[in-house]
Ligand binder design. Structure first.
Ligand code: AMP
Length: 528
């Protein structure tokens, strides 16, 4: 179970710092004791096995106490993005139907927005997980508060010992405009951590980074990888992620041994040539996942840190953190393509054609993943689960459950797998997974628009894929509509989904079937 690692560290390594955020730090002993007490409190509140608990919380050590306490009590935590528009957060709350919401956001106007925007959400039982009272607490008192747990007994609760129970639900962009909840079990997380900790040779007393927000599954590796190895997890404070100097100082001053993030964060530091002279003497491993690391940035890092090991991890949330890896031996030259490598020991990568037959070496096909990282499916969405999680009869006639990634890939003659982009309208932009359909749905029912399409665009100097919106207005012309549309979108989609380029058309181009020709639109944006 995902709380067993920190429990073990509390027994053998209790005084060691488990998690810190700036001056706030918590030892393994405190982490164990506080999460035990929280579990006891939740059980008193009648939390039942499998009940969801929403975390409308910032990235702090206390949030990790909540994750452990909830799972010890048999619950399932649902991290919410406090930066997302209220409308989207409410969609996630309604879909996951939590029995209570943990809140700590300061200033608490966001919580206020949330409870006032929707009656049902406003009536939801809540827990004040901040150290101090919030400025505005709504009409109902909290069920209990962070300080209340101090009075509870420190008992090692473990309501469920079934590793196939859900541990958390991570919501990702959904093409129909409704975010999709990926259910992740204890076993899913254990499978990856059991591979990663020995592979990366993570050791007790090391210092590891936590750059990703808690609603992204990269942070699952940071948290539980640190606990499994007995490392000190350093939460990257909000705000410094966009300051290359501060981010670089964070790596240096905290003597980080391991850094793990999306490549965009690393490219950003490379653009500003932020690595200090002498590099980061303690850094042993630099790991990225989530998208292709543009070569220029990667080369900058490798040139400046010759003693660091560089690893590309690949995998979707649906197969838990990552499914394949490739560790580089030498700095790549211009024309080299970095593979996504080989499957981690608990997974298999399978490349198939449309008839579900294996592709030959060098041929591009659809990439499927098999193994113990596979999620049981999308939360309360049987149709989407059935469409993406399939049964496949392998060469030996054995039936295997596989996940269709939507990625295109080929197997090289070197035995390594290479990534060839997507077969659908999902993109990665600055590390964020975005279904372009979610943006289009947010534009729906708009009387200012006759037609529109949101397409991927390669923008010069922009990391990852950019987003273009092509539209035909009903009345307002000459570009005057785009600012109004942006204003409307702001309340529906997170800032990272906002199209960067807008273009007005008299009519959108169509292909032979009469469908909007998205390829032509993408090309059009490229040229202009
Ligand atoms: P997410 O669920 O946010 O982890 O996004 C999963 C998707 O990100 C995959 O299906 C790929 O399209 C892309 N992705 C993940 N890792 C890599 C990588 N190392 N290189 C290229 N694309 C990646």
């Amino acid at each position: 179970m995902i709380y067993d690692w920190s429990r073990k560290q509390a027994q053998i390594n209790g005084n060691q710092i488990a998690v810190s955020l700036l001056d706030e730090r918590i030892s393994y002993r405190e982490l164990e004791s506080e999460s035990n007490k929280l579990a006891g409190m939740l059980l008193k509140q009648d939390l039942k096995p499998g009940d969801r608990v929403g975390l409308f919380l910032e990235k702090t050590p206390r949030t990790i106490v909540a994750m452990l306490g909830i799972t010890k009590a048999g619950g399932v935590y649902v991290p919410l993005d406090t930066q997302s528009p209220v409308e989207r957060v409410i969609k996630i709350i309604k879909s996951s139907t939590p029995s209570m919401l943990f809140v700590d956001h300061e200033p608490s106007y966001r919580f206020q927005d949330l409870i006032h925007a929707d009656r049902e959400t406003g009536l939801m039982p809540w827990v004040r997980w901040a150290k101090e009272p919030l400025k505005h607490e709504g009409d109902f008192p909290p069920l209990f508060t962070y300080s209340d747990i101090k009075t509870q007994k420190d008992e090692p609760h473990q309501v469920t010992r079934n590793a196939s129970s859900a541990a958390h639900i991570l919501f990702t962009s959904g093409s129909t405009g409704r975010p999709k909840g990926v259910t992740i079990t204890h076993k899913n997380v254990e499978s990856f951590i059991d591979w990663a900790v020995p592979y990366f040779n993570m050791k007790s007393g090391e210092h590891t980074s936590c750059h990703s927000p808690f609603h992204f599954d990269l942070s699952t590796f940071d948290i539980y990888g640190a606990f499994a190895s007995g490392s000190h997890l350093h939460l990257v404070p909000a705000g410094i992620g966009t300051d290359p100097k501060k981010l670089s100082a964070f790596i240096l001053e905290n003597k980080l041994n391991q850094w793990f993030s999306v490549p965009s964060a690393l490219s950003y530091l490379a653009t500003f040539q932020a690595i200090p002279e002498g590099g980061y003497p303690n850094l042993k491993r630099l790991i990225w996942c989530g998208e292709v690391f543009p070569l220029q940035g990667l080369k900058y890092w490798m040139r400046n840190l010759p003693d660091v090991e560089f690893t590309n991890l690949y995998g979707p949330t649906e197969t838990t953190i990552a499914s394949s890896y490739f560790t580089l031996n030498t700095t790549p030259d211009e024309l080299v393509e970095i593979p996504i490598g080989k499957a981690c020991s608990h997974e298999k990568l399978i490349i198939l054609d449309e008839e579900m037959s294996r592709k030959n070496i060098g041929e591009v096909g659809d990439l499927y993943i098999e193994g113990s990282g596979l999620s049981p499916g999308y939360w309360k969405d049987i149709a989407k689960t059935k469409a993406a999680f399939l049964w496949y009869t392998n060469e030996e006639g054995k039936r295997e459950r596989i996940y269709k990634t939507g990625d295109l890939a080929s197997l090289g003659s070197d035995g390594l797998v290479y990534f060839h982009g997507r077969s659908d309208y999902q993109i990665k932009s600055r590390g964020y997974r975005i279904e372009l359909g979610e943006i289009e749905t947010a534009l729906d029912h708009n009387d200012l628009l006759r037609e529109y399409a949101v397409v991927p665009v390669q923008i010069k100097g922009f990391d990852g894929t950019g987003i273009g919106c092509a539209y035909v207005g009903t009345a307002i012309k000459n570009g005057a509509l785009a600012p109004l549309l942006k204003q409307k979108l702001k309340d529906k989609i997170p800032a990272y989904m906002m199209p960067q380029v807008w273009k007005e058309f008299d009519r959108l181009p169509r292909n032979g079937n009469g469908k909007i020709d998205r390829k032509r639109l993408s090309d059009h944006f490229q040229k202009s």
